[in-house]
Design a protein around this ligand. Structure first.
Ligand code: HEC
Length: 333
């Protein structure tokens, strides 16, 4: 049947469309990695942990550090290892490291939001001190110390060197092992928290669904035009079926989009609000077209036909813009 194939071809084409991955699952990753409470102030900040705010997706200082670390690691997704890499840094310069702030439910990219108390001295200064703090008696001046115990590992080499013959190379070999293990410890693979398994994915199947109304609507209009030009009824019927399927899938698109917003805790603001409004209006226009045509089909008189094609153009603009905004949201400008 020609009618059936006219409907099936665009559908088959659509199955080849890959589904998009939203960068906004970064929120879930950081919440999981730092076991951030759902009711705390960071959860409230939501996308604003890394972005300027929960509706302005420019990067704050912490988000910028993450983006740099991702680029350096050649990663397109956010991993626990990447977050770990910048833990000791202090993105907002308030004296507390990123990790300290995240663990205290404070924003690492907002200098006004920091844990109570005074920050610990920066780690660089701490590293230089250990020998001094290590020798508990304090009164001992390490510089003049010929006594072995505290710094003993290197000194025997110089004092007993003549007797043993080999201690110097031995001492040199002894030094690296003390520093290597700590470096290795830092590079140990970081455990990635497993997101909980769920029946309905976080995106509510939205990325897999949204291409249907767009392609079906466009295919339907083209079939109609072709049918009008060639006066072939089969083509007009195919156009009609595509329109009905477009209108149905548009409703599914709106519902799954709404679910995705709820599941992914995406705030109803900015680009998302616009995307939603254009999509809903586009779906509405499709249903107006369906209702105009459902009884009349080619029997519409000229004025009705004009209104119908005006709606078609408006619908096309609305869903194209909705699709564009969806793209901006997922992939950035
Ligand atoms: C853990 C930090 C983090 C959180 C939380 C986060 N993002 Fe992002 N987001 C990033 C990073 C890093 C990038 C840049 C990724 C890249 O460069 O590939 C980014 C990129 C984006 C972009 C693309 C912007 C552009 O210009 O490239 C959008 C849109 C976006 N995020 C939206 C959101 C939304 C919405 C939320 C909340 C639901 C969110 N993000 C939560 C870190 C985060």
């Amino acid at each position: 049947m020609r009618r059936a194939s006219a409907v099936l071809v665009p559908i088959a084409f659509l199955f080849s469309v890959t589904s998009a991955t939203a960068k906004s699952d970064f929120l879930e990753k950081i919440l999981l990695t730092y076991k951030i409470s759902d009711s705390g102030s960071l959860a409230e900040r939501s996308c604003g942990i890394c972005h300027v705010s929960d509706s302005d997706y420019g990067m704050n200082s912490y988000g910028k550090q993450l983006a740099v670390a991702m680029a350096e690691a050649d990663e397109t997704s956010l991993t626990a290892a990447i977050m770990k890499k910048i833990e000791a840094m202090d993105a907002d310069g308030d004296g507390f490291t990123n990790a300290e702030e995240l663990r205290a439910d404070k924003a690492p990219g907002d200098s006004k939001d920091k844990p109570a108390g005074t920050p610990k001295p920066p780690p660089a200064a701490g590293d230089a001190k250990p020998p001094a703090s290590g020798s508990g008696s304090g009164a001992k001046p390490p510089a003049t110390g010929t006594t072995k115990p505290p710094t003993g590992k290197t000194e025997p080499a110089t004092t007993e060197g003549g007797g043993e013959g080999q201690p110097q190379p031995g001492a040199e070999e002894a030094a690296p092992p003390t520093s290597e293990p700590t470096e290795q410890a830092e590079e140990e693979p970081v455990e990635e928290p497993e997101p909980p398994k769920r029946l309905i994915p976080k995106n509510g199947f939205h990325p897999a669904v949204v291409h249907f109304p767009i392609a079906l609507f466009i295919a339907g209009l083209l079939l109609d035009l072709w049918g009008l030009l060639t006066k072939k009824h089969e083509l007009l019927w195919a156009g009609w079926y595509n329109l009905v399927l477009a209108a149905l899938s548009a409703v599914i698109g709106v519902v799954t989009g709404y679910l995705a917003m709820i599941y992914m805790k995406i705030p109803f603001k900015g680009v998302i609000t616009e995307h939603f409004l254009f999509a809903v209006t586009g779906a509405f226009v499709m249903w107006m077209m369906v209702s105009m045509r459902v009884h009349r089909h080619e029997d519409m008189h000229v004025f009705q036909r004009l209104v119908y094609w005006l709606l078609a153009v408006i619908g096309l603009i609305l869903i194209s813009w909705a699709g564009h905004l969806g793209g901006v949201f997922v992939y950035g400008e």
